[in-house]
Write a new protein. Structure first.
Length: 401
């Protein structure tokens, strides 16, 4: 007995040699018990999944073994009840058995490019780093959402062409809807063209969550809107703190959090006001990963908003620039925890020298002595010196850590 066509000898299509014949095993009556015995016999650990494959016509030549049935505790398949060899026509499902054991290469199933682990295109990452992307329909998406611990299915792909004479649609992946994982579903290799398409319908599960900033035309500033499943809503300002704002800015690739604004400062949003408060540490990659608990129940006049720096954190060293943005009363994030004394002294010295020459130049060039320029300086953190009309200075420090 062997497993063929996988990343190693512990996964692939099952081939057996029995009573002088060698070939695949018919999928009729084959289940978890039989697959567990096969993994045990091969010394490949425990059974992860078993699925049924419909082969291409040129692969259906050898005789097939029928009627394999085990209790699940047998040491080998030879201790199970095995039927006879026969042609393809004797196999009702017209499919062969594939097995994945724990010592296999464990292909990764995921949803990619969808804003969270619970939305996106169905992807199968193979051991050779290649990725197979496919459209899935309702029953298949139901199994996938459950497998990913993302709740139930909300959105799936349209039907694909290809119907049998009886009216049953033919698909690359076919599930009953009750399988524990997509690996237990039926795979039809004759419809592999339904994968790696130019475009896909995004899969969305009820556990999906992503953020956006709206109301300003700037993707890095505005009213915070959060999509749960397929529904967009807002967040009460009492339920948004600066560490959570930092995670939102990182998720949107907008740099670091500059400030949090309440009272629908960027305008009132639409849809529900979500009654969950986020408790992010600040280093999460997505809002999806932050802990949550029940929050406040408010109206849209208390919608939360925020402003990000608008630039990626990939820049290093000292960056200089000029601009003007106005002085506002905002909640600011001061974080000195990870600043060694030597680094802080260096930053202070560089900043002082730059400000001395910059302010001297601006003062000499201004007729009334008012500075109408803003000087942002960045060195791992962000310094903003804003001087607009009122001759006021705002010193904001935002840590990207």
């Amino acid at each position: 007995m062997s497993l063929l066509g996988g990343g190693n000898h512990c996964e692939g299509l099952l081939q057996v040699q029995y009573h002088g014949w060698q070939g695949p095993v018919c999928g009729d009556h084959w289940g978890l018990e039989e697959a567990s015995v096969a993994c045990r016999q091969l010394g490949c650990g425990s059974m992860i999944s078993t699925s049924h494959y419909v082969l291409r016509p040129q692969e259906m030549g050898p005789p097939w073994l029928y009627g394999a049935q085990c209790q699940g505790e047998e040491a080998s398949l030879w201790q199970c009840s095995l039927g006879d060899w026969g042609p393809l026509s004797g196999c009702n499902c017209q499919c062969v058995v594939a097995v994945l054991c724990s010592d296999g290469t464990l292909r990764q199933i995921r949803l990619g490019s969808g804003g969270s682990p619970c939305a996106g295109t169905f992807e199968l990452a193979n051991p050779d780093d290649s990725i197979l992307r496919c459209d899935l329909q309702k029953k298949e998406v139901s199994v996938l959402c459950r497998q990913l611990e993302c709740g139930t299915a909300l959105q799936w792909s349209r039907a694909h062409p290809g119907v049998r004479p009886g009216g049953q649609e033919q698909r690359f992946v076919t599930c009953q809807g009750t399988e524990p994982s997509i690996f237990h579903c039926k795979i039809n290799l004759n419809f592999l063209e339904q994968c790696n398409l130019p475009a896909y319908t995004e899969v969305v599960c009820t556990g999906h969550m992503e953020a956006q900033l709206a109301g300003t035309g700037d993707p890095c500033a505005g009213c915070l809107e959060i999509q749960r499943g397929l529904t967009w809503g807002t967040v009460c300002d009492a339920d948004l703190d600066l560490p959570t704002a930092q995670v939102v800015c990182q998720e949107l690739q907008c740099g670091v959090a500059m400030s949090v604004r309440g009272g629908a400062h960027f305008g009132q949003g639409s849809g529900p006001v979500w009654t969950e408060a986020f408790h992010c540490v600040g280093n999460e990659s997505l809002l999806f990963h932050c802990p949550r608990e029940p929050g406040s129940q408010r109206m849209h006049d208390q919608d939360a908003g925020l402003r990000c720096s608008g630039e990626s954190e990939s820049a290093h060293g000292v960056q200089w620039g000029l601009g003007c943005g106005g002085v506002q009363r905002e909640r600011l994030w001061y974080n000195f925890e990870q600043w060694p004394g030597r680094e802080f002294s260096l930053i202070f010295l560089i900043t002082s020298i730059f400000l001395f020459f910059s302010f001297a130049r601006l003062f000499l060039s201004s007729g009334n002595g008012l500075f109408r320029s803003c000087i942002p300086i960045r060195y791992k953190v962000v310094f903003l010196f804003q001087c607009c009309e009122c001759f006021s200075y705002v010193f904001c420090i935002v840590s990207p850590h």
